[in-house]
Design a protein around this ligand. Structure first.
Ligand code: TYM
Length: 335
């Protein structure tokens, strides 16, 4: 397929806290194979992270760590555009236009807004409510066809689709209406301490999550402490949410099918099973960590990747934004 006819992919992760195994298995892992078939834009969405109070030095560090992590996870800057959201000012500008067609009622209903308002009751800022509109802007700015995300982002993606359709109906065809792309079993990796909740970067209990920066001993210890279900049998099913979650993690990290995994742990206890899950997770995480470390030592390379990514993204973003401005009746600046 040539450049022109390739469909476009956009996705991003917030540079807040520790990137988890959930982020990796639910989203980032699926980005690499998409590069072969699509024109991909992968973004570190730093503006999104400002909806929760950040320490500036930590935000800067997390942002560069995430850039290196994307590449360590297989994003090839010669195939995909890798950039930082705040480097392309059109994201914030299109968000304002989309704000004028988004309803307060629909933003108020967003599950993540309600959750985060509960968790950050002392800082329910406008950005928190506006967050899904900025996310719609990220996606629509690039005329994105496909958005690989985990299950927790599906409601936001629906809003992006609604806003695209609403704008198109009001001002004539302007935006591509994007589709979601969910990984099969990784779409919702659960907390190790509560298998009814998702594994989340912001979980105050560090034992609930595996961070991509955790060392082998930490991973092993966290998996040992992971909650289990009442019987001792290693099988998946709705009545066994904790073991199902561990089996999901195991199959995704080892490449062994669910049926083969269940067969190989027949008659064996949870202890042996958890050791095998730890081995599988460590075998995935360690090479990523080594590559991330190597990349972080080469600042000049990372900066060149970011420059090239932002240049490409800006070009595409400007094209969409000027089309939008024209359609809604804004007069272009004389140059
Ligand atoms: P964020 O940074 O919270 O998460 C990044 C990606 O990881 C997925 N994810 C999970 N998948 C499976 N199991 C889990 N436990 C789990 N936790 C997180 C998320 O679904 C996501 O795909 N709003 C987005 C970032 C964003 C974005 C975008 C994504 C901003 N603009 C445009 C796609 C397109 C977010 O907060 O993701």
């Amino acid at each position: 397929m040539d450049e022109v006819s390739k469909k476009r992919v956009f996705s991003g992760v917030q540079p807040t806290g520790k990137v988890t195994l959930g982020n990796y298995l639910g989203a980032i892992r699926s980005w690499k194979p998409l590069q072969e078939q699509y024109e991909c834009l992968y973004c570190v969405v730093d503006l999104h992270s400002l909806t929760v109070t950040q320490v500036p030095a930590e935000l800067r560090k997390n942002t560069m760590d995430l850039v290196a992590l994307y590449i360590a996870c297989g994003i090839d800057p010669t195939k995909s555009s890798l950039f930082i959201q705040s480097h392309v000012h059109e994201h914030a500008e299109l968000a304002w236009i989309l704000d004028t067609i988004a309803y307060v009622g629909e933003l108020n209903r967003m599950t993540q807004f309600k959750d985060k308002s509960r968790k950050h009751a002392d800082n329910i800022n406008m950005g928190l409510m506006n967050y899904p509109v900025l996310m719609a802007s990220d996606i629509l700015l690039y005329q994105t066809d496909v958005v690989p995300v985990g299950k927790d982002q599906v409601q936001h993606l629906e809003l992006a689709r609604d806003l695209a359709q609403r704008f198109n109906a009001r001002y004539s065809d302007t935006f591509v209406v994007p589709e979601g792309h969910l990984s099969k079993s990784g779409q919702s990796i659960k907390s190790l301490q509560d298998p009814t909740a998702k594994m989340s970067k912001s979980d105050p209990n560090d034992n609930a999550l595996i961070s991509l920066t955790d060392d082998a001993d930490t991973i092993r210890r966290k998996l040992k402490r992971a909650v289990t279900d009442s019987d001792t049998c290693v099988r998946h099913g709705a009545d066994k949410p904790a073991i199902t979650n561990l089996l999901n993690i195991y199959t995704l990290c080892s490449g062994v099918s669910m049926a083969d995994a269940e067969k190989s742990f027949e008659g064996k206890g949870y202890g042996e099973f958890k050791d095998a899950v730890a081995d599988a997770v460590i075998s995935v995480v360690e090479p990523i960590q080594a590559e991330q470390k190597r990349l972080l030592a080469d600042k000049a390379y990372l900066e060149s990747v970011l420059k090239q990514g932002a240049d490409k993204a800006s070009y595409l973003a400007q094209k969409t934004l000027s089309k939008v401005y024209r359609k809604i009746g804004l007069i272009p600046r004389i140059r």
